[in-house]
Ligand binder design. Structure first.
Ligand code: SF4
Length: 332
């Protein structure tokens, strides 16, 4: 039984995701819950964290982790994207998004990528599986040859295209991280320094590290200076593991609009406008991503990047091709 302070216990009761280690990064700028019907996010602003931050894995630099866009529920399409991206990154992040909740299980996708010679990095969320199913899925990812797993709480099903689905949230990202570590997996976690309430974000990231995270993926939080500052904060707190910085990839009006929708205020100033207004948004988007990645990697506290962007249905291969072009530029 987890022992948590009374105000946190009350917050957990009110949270639609029942998080022990809340708040999630879905808090709105005004302090409301990501689920509109839930009202204000109830978590207190004080945070304490387990100080047991031991040595963590430092991957070779620069480490490139790239999203692998592919038509969902289609093995041939997954293989086609994998072949396009082969050799352009160190590992490939397999996630989902609100418009495409139904995906092949992470372990199955990891196995397909392994067959193609690619290192998979499946995203594992707490939305869709209880702790027993997560334990089996993590074990299957390890067995399928996944290079690591990205452990997140996940957004609430009310936000996606399957609001009919029950919200599970038997664990949260911190508990999932600890479980994955117990299963001997390499674990990455998200850190969103600019998400409200910003004051809790660093101690929350440190709690994930204390739970066993090897790799911290720093979310969009402004230009390189702010990301570098976030890396310095993690290092100053004793984190010796790998820090990856998110690089937003937009190569057409649609992907730029997707990025503007969920991260517009947290991207480097003028980043999207430069792509929108360019005569060739694809060329401009690739150049902008490469330039930003290099600026992020110029800091000794940043070990690598995560290339990610929005994908329109039917454009998965085109985006994969662009991600491959960017990855080739960044790898030695
Ligand atoms: S914003 Fe996140 S942590 Fe806060 S109440 Fe909503 S779901 Fe829970």
């Amino acid at each position: 039984m987890t022992n948590i302070a009374p105000d946190r216990a009350l917050a957990r009761q009110a949270c639609p995701k029942h998080m022990t280690h809340g708040p999630c990064a879905g808090v709105t700028d005004g302090g409301a819950c990501e689920v509109p019907s839930a009202g204000m996010c109830p978590y207190p602003l004080e945070w304490s964290f387990d100080t047991a931050i031991g040595e963590r894995l430092r991957l070779p630099k620069p480490f490139v982790l790239t999203d692998l866009p592919a038509v969902p529920l289609d093995t041939a399409a997954l293989r086609a994207s994998a072949r396009l991206l082969s050799g352009t990154a160190d590992a490939f992040l397999l996630g989902d998004h609100g418009g495409e909740r139904v995906q092949f299980p992470p372990s199955y996708r990891a196995r397909v990528l392994a067959d193609e010679g690619l290192a998979a990095w499946p995203g594992i969320n707490c939305r869709d599986r209880n702790r027993v199913a997560l334990e089996g899925e993590l074990a299957a990812c390890r067995d399928a040859g996944a290079a690591g797993v990205h452990c997140i709480t996940g957004d609430h099903p009310a936000l996606g295209h399957r609001p009919d689905a029950a919200a599970v949230f038997d664990l949260d990202s911190v508990e999932l991280t600890a479980l994955a570590r117990r299963l001997d997996l390499i674990v990455s976690v998200a850190h969103a320094p600019a998400a409200p309430p910003a004051a809790v974000r660093l101690p929350r990231a440190l709690t994930k590290i204390a739970a066993g995270a090897d790799i911290v993926v720093v979310d969009h939080c402004g230009g390189p200076e702010r990301v570098h500052a976030a890396a310095e904060e993690l290092r100053a707190a004793g984190f010796t593991g790998t820090v990856l910085a998110c690089v937003p990839v937009a190569t057409d009006a649609f992907s730029a609009a997707v990025l503007a929708g969920f991260a517009g205020g947290r991207l480097p100033p003028g980043y999207l406008a430069g792509i929108y207004e360019a005569p060739d948004p694809r060329v401009a988007g690739i150049a902008a991503a490469v330039e930003l990645a290099r600026a992020l990697l110029s800091h000794p506290g940043i070990d690598g990047v995560n290339l990610s962007g929005g994908t329109r249905s039917g454009q998965e291969l085109a985006i994969a091709r662009d991600l491959a072009t960017i990855g080739r530029e960044l790898r030695p």
